[in-house]
Design a protein around this ligand. Structure first.
Ligand SMILES: [Zn+2]
Length: 188
């Protein structure tokens, strides 16, 4: 609650002093770009700075490990909205080194949830055909594997338009250095 109070107090000042003026833009990304990246806090300012992305330039979806795992999930739906309604013409999936999702064991997540008071019985109810809750909570083996899997999920999605290139990159959270893992030439 304390954090919320602080934020609301700051916000009042922000609006009053027109702190928003340097950030004004419309809903269409100026660079016609969508970035799918991780929720890691180190990337919040570093990633746009390192990629020369200003406010209003790109749609940015942030999800643990930059992983898109569900064809019917809200991340994949957001990708489809971006390319059909928001003028996005190119997509970059950007994972990062030292990501918390790399090497995350489902078992470790189960133990942590138990410590938070979630019973094993309750978790079992969350199993679905073909995938246990433990498997669902498991991370990936490598950051490269994670971004390539997300690119594959997008490219092979039956509703995804084929003329939109989807690239895979990694970023180093210490330096902002980008590495290209997979590049796709525009079809147009
Ligand atoms: Zn991460």
């Amino acid at each position: 609650m304390e954090k919320l109070k602080q934020i609301l107090a700051f916000n009042e000042q922000f609006v009053e002093t027109k702190g928003y003026l340097p950030y004004m833009s419309d809903k269409f990304p100026n660079a016609r770009l969508l970035i799918v990246t991780c929720m890691d806090t180190r990337l919040t300012e570093l990633l746009p700075q390192a990629m020369n992305i200003k406010n209003g330039d790109a749609k940015i979806l942030r999800v643990a490990g930059a992983m898109i795992t569900e064809p019917y999930g809200s991340i994949m739906r957001s990708v489809l909205v971006a390319v059909t309604q928001l003028k996005v013409e190119e997509i970059m999936v950007v994972g990062h080194h030292d990501c918390g999702m790399v090497g995350l064991e489902g078992e470790q997540m189960i133990r942590s949830l138990q410590q938070k008071g979630i019973s094993v019985e309750k978790m079992k109810q969350f199993d679905k055909p073909g995938e246990t809750v433990e498997a669902w909570l498991t991370g990936v083996n490598s950051v490269e594997g994670a971004v390539l899997r997300s690119v594959q999920m997008i490219k092979e999605h039956p509703l995804f338009p084929h003329d939109i290139p989807v690239h895979a990159l990694t970023i180093t959270p210490d330096t902002g250095k980008l590495e290209v893992i997979h590049v796709e030439n525009s079809v147009s």
